[in-house]
Design a protein around this ligand. Structure first.
Ligand SMILES: Nc1ncnc2c1ncn2[C@@H]1O[C@H](COP(=O)(O)OP(=O)(O)O)[C@@H](O)[C@H]1O
Ligand SMILES: [Mg+2]
Length: 248
């Protein structure tokens, strides 16, 4: 699956999803399309359904209604294939201190979807992983157990894992939340490079100071609905989101 194969890399049509045991849907009738090279920020209040939306895109949740197509594959049906090709930096990670994997191992695992079952990692796979660690400035941590690192260091490892994946689409859920200011700028510039290479970046964030200086597509969720789909210069994203009336 490559970027060139499809113009619309993410396509949602009238998507409704819910969690098992929940009394009502969490995502309600959301439709949008994302194309190669778009830099998208999803905003909106806590509990609006932003994380749930990313989970629907990655095929982690069943759909009550509607369709989700990612790189031409339908989810959740073809979720496994989709997850091999989509980078997803999750919001709530919590590694036990004795999680038995080093930083380097976690980053190299980013290649597994591309290597395939029962095949050996190639020199290129190894080098892509090393390059991802270098880009995040975590080579010196490579032999540390991931569970013994700080939240910010773990977040860098998860970003490196997903860069090593060389995804067709990169989803990130509040990726700046644990990062210091300098690292935020560095990650922002890395995401810009990813986007310039044609890979759309779709990010839930409230850290608007850390957005790269480029045209940003802004999606706003409220109560499970998509209430805004617009474009803004990076410096105006916060004001744009503030200007959206809160539904009563
Ligand atoms: N695993 C879950 N099971 C049941 N309800 C959930 C689960 N995760 C989230 N929710 C509910 O779904 C709604 C949206 O949550 P979420 O997508 O995490 O919001 P956001 O990311 O916008 O803060 C909230 O009401 C939340 O309580
Ligand atoms: Mg969330």
């Amino acid at each position: 699956m490559t970027v060139q194969e499809s113009c619309s890399l993410i396509d949602l049509k009238d998507v409704w999803t819910t969690y098992e045991g929940a009394s009502c849907p969490v995502i309600k009738g959301v439709s949008f399309t994302i194309k190669a090279g778009e830099f998208v920020v999803i905003g909106g209040p806590n509990g609006a359904g932003k994380t749930t939306l990313l989970e629907a895109i990655t095929g982690l949740l069943p759909l009550v209604r509607g369709t989700v197509t990612v790189c031409g594959k339908g989810v959740p049906h073809e979720g496994t294939t989709v997850r091999c090709n989509v980078g997803y930096v999750i919001q709530n990670f919590d590694f036990h201190p004795f999680t038995p994997y080093t930083v380097e191992e976690v980053v190299r695992m980013g290649r597994y979807g591309r290597i395939g079952w029962f095949k050996r990692e190639s020199k290129e796979d190894f080098e892509v992983a090393q390059d991802a660690m270098r880009k995040l400035g975590i080579e010196h941590l490579k032999d540390e157990l991931i569970g013994k690192l700080s939240g910010g260091q773990q977040q860098k490892v998860l970003i490196a894992h997903n860069l090593a994946k060389k995804p067709s689409i990169l989803l990130l859920d509040e990726p700046f939340s644990n990062l210091d200011l300098i690292t935020r700028d560095e990650v922002s510039s890395l995401l810009c490079q990813v986007c310039d290479s044609g890979v759309p970046v779709l990010m839930v964030s409230h850290a608007f100071d850390s957005l790269p200086d480029r045209d940003i597509r802004v999606l706003v969720m409220q109560g499970g609905h998509m209430v805004l789909d617009s474009h803004s210069a990076a410096g105006n994203v916060a004001d744009l989101i503030r200007s959206v009336p809160v539904a009563g």
